[in-house]
Design a protein around this ligand. Structure first.
Ligand code: ASP
Ligand code: MG
Length: 405
């Protein structure tokens, strides 16, 4: 008997009929002789609606109260799913994150899981129950309810799979799997059969929204294979794992893009020790996540420092950086929010020359100007004009030959 963790996203449980559909899928897995633990997201747009309500009541809702409020969305869907299973004659029990033993730190709205103590889950499985766990939430040492950050139910699912030693974590969503590029931009994009954790992590971090990067990281750390598939059809989906029998080697596997790019350039910065720290320490203290950082080689002791943040953080980042820039004697501080990022990703580019050259020529043939370039061992990212992102993704998808065969 295998233990399987399944996660169903918000769209998959939006409404009574969809919840019944999910219950039928769970029952199939159970009938195949498996123990099943199910993690659910809140129904549809519930989390957004609850957030909106909170901001109607208060301009700055209290962090602790907000997390309790948001956690209720997942409690609602978990109970309804348990009822649907009861209606089909299957024993099932819903548990909150706290009851399922998801222990977190106390960073409200972005709590980290410290530990999983799944005693109750195990006991209910032994009793023959299908266990439905409310995703996206946990509990602190002081028994305060926390949430894990938007999209956090993926993280709950993979963490539980790790804590329970599950065979696989299946993430069911409203798309057929992980694509070689966003199919809304590139109609020829392929649904990948399998992909390495590292590739998926880069894709999730650089724009693919199908899975939460933290969940992928956990999967890799605890060697949990993760299947991403649709809850609306029987297509096989994409398996994220660390196995070697990858479908294609020596290739770019996918093109990711991101339109949430805000750029800040500090112009004419004196080139001496401590300058970068004096800018980035306060940004870190303000909780602003910085993505790409580029510092030019200096001429005559003066350099430019450019970095990107999410557009939502751009105004706040400017507030932090402007006074520092004048303090350190920088000439100017400018921001730009008309940018986007395109990335090519694939473990195949490790130790293989030519990928960067081909990417840059493809962009230049399309008259696309590159503003910033960053790389990892398996990724090359170019920051370009947002208006050209779609054209860039299409051209790169063609140039690297990842179309459906
Ligand atoms: N309901 C939460 C959100 O919308 C968590 C999740 O769906 O994974 O962000
Ligand atoms: Mg959601």
């Amino acid at each position: 008997m295998a233990l399987i963790v399944q996660k169903y996203g918000g769209t998959s449980v939006a409404g009574a009929e969809r919840i019944r559909n999910v219950a039928r899928r769970i029952v199939q897995t159970k009938d195949q002789g498996n123990q099943v633990v199910v993690v659910v997201s809140a129904m549809g747009d519930t989390t957004d609606e609850l957030l909106e309500l909170a901001y109607q009541i208060s301009e700055r809702p209290d962090n602790r109260e907000l997390d309790v409020l948001l956690s209720t969305g997942e409690v609602v869907s978990s109970t309804l799913l348990a009822m649907a299973l009861h209606g089909m004659g299957y024993p099932a029990i819903s548990l909150s994150g706290a009851q399922a033993g998801i222990r977190t730190d106390s960073a409200y709205s972005r709590a980290r899981i410290l530990q999983i103590e799944p005693k109750r889950v195990v006991r209910e499985l032994e009793r023959g129950n299908i266990v439905i766990v409310a995703g996206f939430q946990g509990i602190t040492e002081d028994m305060d309810i926390t949430t894990l950050g938007r999209g956090g139910s993926d993280t709950t699912a993979v963490a539980l799979a790790a804590g329970l030693g599950a065979e696989v974590c299946q993430i069911y969503t409203d798309v057929n799997g992980v694509y070689s590029a966003d199919p809304r931009l590139v109609p020829e994009a392929r649904c990948l059969e399998e992909i390495h954790y590292e590739e998926m992590l880069e894709m999730a971090t650089y724009g693919a929204r199908v899975m939460h990067p933290r969940a992928v990281e956990l999967g890799e750390l605890f060697h949990i294979p993760i299947l991403v598939a649709s809850s609306f059809n029987e297509k096989p989906g994409t398996l994220i794992h660390g196995g070697v029998s990858m479908e294609v080697r020596n290739k770019v596997r996918s093109i990711a893009h991101n339109l949430d790019v805000g750029k800040i350039t500090v112009v004419g910065v004196p080139d001496r020790p401590g300058i970068a720290a004096s800018i980035f320490n306060p940004l870190a203290k303000a909780g602003i996540n910085v993505d790409t950082i580029v510092q030019n080689a200096s001429t005559q002791g003066i350099t430019d420092l450019t970095f990107t943040v999410g557009k939502g953080d751009l105004a706040r980042a400017m507030e932090v950086v402007k006074p520092i820039a004048s303090q350190i004697g920088a000439r100017e501080c400018a921001s730009d929010e008309t940018l986007g990022a395109v990335s090519i990703i694939g473990t195949g580019m490790q130790n293989t020359p030519g990928f960067a050259a081909r990417m840059f020529s493809t962009l230049s043939e399309n008259n696309i100007n590159i503003q910033l370039i960053t790389t990892s061992e398996i990724r090359i990212t170019c920051i370009i004009d947002a208006a050209q992102v779609q054209q860039a993704v299409r051209a790169l998808h063609r140039a690297f030959d990842i179309e459906e065969k």
